[in-house]
Design a protein around this ligand. Structure first.
Ligand code: LLP
Length: 422
């Protein structure tokens, strides 16, 4: 089962809850998550990789709602973080420090210190400058800190250019020569234990080939390192597993594990995985209401109360999110629409040129596969309060983040006296 959203007698359900009932209670727009789908996808990976018992660190940039994190952490997941803010959220969600890994090219002193004090498992280091910085701060705090080095294997992940990260041109990671040099100069870092290698080549990768290519390169490199007497404990294979948005045919967790596990059979590495989209993508939808139908001479616009500030992926990556009416019409008569938001930009669309059932003002629509990089990328652009987030489990639902109100919009702002008075 890909997810727990389905139709019953023409009505969209999330698990056992009718989505339109939630819309009536909560208002629109909102994000809706299925507890079952979230945890099931984690379980699928855990099962597929059971032979290796990896630490699966959910990449929380995909969805950092506390209830989501708590659900996954409760099922044994760790978390992959990229900022001090994510560290804060991870701790609030009850994630053990020993299951937190920290990536990103621009970690600041304050963020590094906070993570050292928390006692996270590993820093995924992306430059020599960062390594020096962590070494210095570890000495200052009198700690021994475990780091893994992110290598950039220079392979093409065959995905959207904005989410490809493993090419030589990218800002991420270190080339193999530099990584080797760091191992040779380990004694320069008495407060660091260089314990692992990290590799993440990009996102929404639907075929196994780029992964296998990258992992093979890493393995060959590691074999050379071992011949030179350098050992690692952790091998972090990153995230990047693609999902179905429309007609993709991505590898399943089982297929992925079957391709990947044999590579490392004879090795004793503790494997780490950092999936984000695979776990979150199909676990959530974005629900919005049609305000106007605006026919023009060339097309029909369905103008809805959700916009690019709520779900930016179509504007940013031209991404496809299937449109599911909350109530299917009996006639089934279809029409082609551009489904657009109220934001003052032509890039503000959620679906373009889409054949959907005939719509009218007041109709409710769900945009599928919005559980990953949906709310987490939402903004207040056009002074729009960010939407509510709701979670369903079985026959129950709860608001897991209340809709923002206008006072949230100006929280923290002040007008200095020299602006106020002439
Ligand atoms: N690990 C690292 C180091 C990452 O940079 C990322 C994602 C992940 C893991 C998780 O990747 P995933 O399993 O979700 O593919 N906003 C874009 C996606 C950006 C991905 C950034 N890095 C989107 O909406 O498609």
């Amino acid at each position: 089962m890909m997810h727990d959203f389905h139709y019953e007698e023409g009505e969209l359900y999330c698990e056992q809850v009718r989505v339109s009932d939630i819309a009536e209670r909560v208002g629109t727009p909102f994000y809706l998550y299925s507890y079952q789908t979230f945890t099931e996808h984690l379980l699928k990976l855990q099962k597929a990789f059971r032979a290796a018992k990896p630490l699966i660190c959910f990449s929380m940039k995909a969805n950092s709602n506390l209830a989501v994190l708590r659900a996954l952490v409760g099922k044994g997941a760790g978390l992959d973080i990229v900022s001090g803010g994510e560290l804060f959220r991870a701790r609030k969600a009850g994630c053990a420090p020993s299951k937190i890994v920290y990536a990103g090219v621009g970690k600041t002193d304050a963020e590094i210190e906070a993570a050292i004090r928390t006692g996270i498992l590993l820093f995924n280091v992306e430059s020599i400058q960062e390594l020096d910085r962590i070494g210095r701060l570890a000495r200052k705090l009198n700690r021994k800190v475990k780091v893994s080095l992110r290598v950039n294997p220079n392979v093409d992940p065959d995905t959207h250019e904005h989410i490809a990260t493993g090419g030589a041109e990218s800002k991420f990671g270190l080339d193999f020569d530099t990584v080797r040099l760091i191992f040779m100069r380990q004694e320069k870092y008495p407060n660091l234990a260089i314990s692992g290698i990290h590799v993440h080549i990009g996102s929404q990768i639907v075929k196994g080939t780029p992964f296998v290519k990258a992992f093979r390169k890493v393995l060959i490199f590691l074999t050379h390192l071992e011949q030179e007497g350098y050992r690692i404990q952790y091998l972090n294979l990153g995230g990047g597993l693609g999902i179905i948005y429309s007609d993709e045919r991505p590898q399943t967790a089982e297929q992925f594990a079957k391709q990947v596990l044999p590579l490392f059979q004879k090795k004793k590495y503790k494997l780490i995985l950092e999936p984000g989209r695979f776990i979150a993508g199909n676990s959530g939808v974005f629900v919005s209401r049609v305000i106007y139908i605006k026919p023009t001479k060339v097309k029909n616009f369905a103008i809805i109360d959700g916009g690019m500030n709520d779900l930016i992926r179509p504007a940013l990556y031209d991404s496809f999110h299937d449109v599911w009416p909350l109530r299917q019409t009996r006639s089934g008569e279809k029409q082609t629409y551009d489904v657009v938001g109220p934001i003052c930009e032509s890039g503000d669309f959620l679906a373009k040129n889409r054949k959907i059932q005939k719509l009218q003002s007041g109709d409710l629509l769900a945009f599928a596969s919005a559980g990953a990089y949906g709310f987490s990328m939402a903004s207040n652009y056009n002074a729009r309060p960010r939407p509510a987030e709701v979670m369903v489990r079985g026959g129950r639902f709860a608001i897991v983040r209340r809709r923002e109100i206008y006072s949230d919009l100006v929280r923290g702002e002040r007008i200095p006296s020299w602006v106020r008075y002439k």
